[in-house]
Design a protein around this ligand. Structure first.
Ligand code: SUG
Length: 453
């Protein structure tokens, strides 16, 4: 049966303070590019070009705004007092790493904004939303409060949308959102099975069976994934919890979406994505109503190192009306011989619905470890829910043109770490965001717009 559910990808607009600060332990690109000069204007335009290309190819496209940065409120909470200029100057002098963190434009990676359950799978037939607490790093822990306001502003109608609080921001419930969640189904409008991938178990880790990464932190806990599924009212037959392979995390796979991507009944994954590959596939097969189509990439075709440097699996896998699928890969895949060969010989030529590969250049984001899939939050919506969206968050030609002009008016084309202390940058950023919130018609979502903040 054909239904009117469609996947809408909400991409994060890159903020005016986009920079390379080397903030993310276990994220190889972030760790190796810290200190480079960034180009926020190019970054934002690359993101918009991806959105436009997908919109023009017929995929519904949404936009989520960036956050208020530098986060002066966070600096004040840490004891930096005085005028805004004084706060910035003191932070730059006394704690440059903290200043970098409060300037990060990391909210662009909206795959980490929240975990969502489409109304199709919820017993109350509403879309359920839980913002991720992102507690594993300070710069990302600053995101959820504004993220929750932005999502509540767009998914506003309580008849259609249910918002849950972020999980307690403590290591036991470390949650990184949709980057560790994949909904598999026959078709977007058919019942889904929710695959949650976690890196460690918070309770019971002393047991002998427990395996954890040795080099880099595991960001998602089993307990966090279970709590999100519980908040959304999902039952046992609708969920599969699988542990990520610790060797993958130690090779720089800090989220599951760096090593696997699913869409409809297709699961494209690297052989080292899951600790228990056969067990995970069996459970998915048992719970899915449609036959699972696993597309496995062996390590001998693409090594973990190549998967991490090319971000092959951080691709968007999109459904086409004829039943085929399109894979949107970052430009880095074209530059890697074994990855490009695997794409042609194994993925496109294989027995699976992937019929087309589209290359998108998102290099500015990639240097911080964010590929095409990181930049978007997938939201499966019925036509009634799409009509109920508040604000102006769905991209069309007019909004695209306005956003490009807005970026060109407000963004710098060069941002070095030492520029972050410039009070003028903070003022430019606030002016840009004030204008953007009017453009997107989302009301007052930023601390500087809220009374008493
Ligand atoms: O959390 N990078 C982000 C990248 C997130 C990618 N998202 C997904 N895989 N879904 C992170 O590691 C680096 C910022 C810096 O170093 O300046 C950063 O936060």
């Amino acid at each position: 049966m054909k239904t009117d559910y469609r996947e809408v990808n909400f991409d994060g607009l890159v903020g005016p303070t986009h920079n390379y600060a080397g903030l993310a332990l276990g994220n190889v690109a972030s760790m190796s590019h810290g200190g480079l000069v960034a180009n926020p204007r190019e970054a934002a335009l690359q993101g918009l070009a991806k959105m436009k290309a997908l919109m023009e190819a017929g995929y519904p496209q949404g936009v989520l705004p960036p956050q208020q940065r530098p986060d002066l409120g966070a600096l004040r909470a840490l004891g930096f007092a005085g005028s805004d200029e004084r706060v910035l100057a003191r932070a730059a002098g006394e704690a440059p790493q903290i200043l970098r963190a409060v300037c990060s434009a990391s909210s662009m990676w909206t795959a980490n904004a929240a975990t969502l359950t489409p109304s199709r799978d919820a017993s109350d037939r509403r879309l359920h939303v839980t913002p991720a607490n992102l507690q594993s790093s300070f710069h990302r822990f600053l995101e959820p409060a504004t993220t929750a306001r932005v999502l509540a502003a767009i998914f506003r109608d309580p008849a259609h949308f249910a918002h849950h609080p972020a999980l307690p921001a403590t290591p036991a419930f470390s949650d990184e959102g949709a980057a560790n969640h994949t909904r598999l189904c026959a078709d977007h409008g058919e019942p889904g099975v929710h695959l949650y991938v976690y890196g460690r178990q918070a309770f019971g880790w002393e047991s002998e069976a427990s395996v954890a990464p040795k080099r880099y932190p595991a960001r998602q806990t089993l307990e966090a994934s279970q709590a999100v599924a519980r908040q959304h009212g999902l039952g046992e037959l609708q969920t599969v919890f699988a542990q990520q392979h610790p060797d993958a995390i130690d090779a720089g796979v800090f989220h599951n979406d760096v090593i696997a991507v699913g869409n409809g009944p297709v699961l494209l994954y690297h052989e080292l994505a899951f600790l228990d590959e056969p067990g995970t596939l069996d459970e998915l097969r048992n719970k899915l109503t449609a036959p699972l189509i696993p597309v496995r990439v062996p390590a001998e075709a693409v090594s973990l190192a190549d998967a991490v440097s090319s971000y092959l699996f951080n691709s968007q896998l999109l459904s086409n009306p004829d039943g085929s699928m399109t894979l949107v890969v970052p430009g880095e895949c074209q530059e890697n011989e074994s990855v490009w060969r695997t794409l042609q010989d194994h993925l496109l030529a294989g027995h699976n619905p992937i019929g087309d590969v589209v290359v998108q250049d998102v290099k500015q984001s990639m240097r911080n470890g964010g590929g095409p899939a990181c930049l978007r939050l997938r939201v499966v919506l019925s036509s009634g829910e799409r009509a109920a969206l508040a604000g102006h968050a769905l991209l069309d030609d007019a909004l695209y043109a306005e956003l490009v002009a807005w970026v060109e008016r407000h963004y710098r084309d060069r941002l070095a770490p030492e520029d972050l202390a410039d009070p003028q940058l903070a003022a430019e950023s606030l002016a840009a965001l004030d204008e953007l919130s009017r453009l997107l018609e989302i009301g007052s979502v930023y601390p500087f717009q809220m009374a008493g903040a």
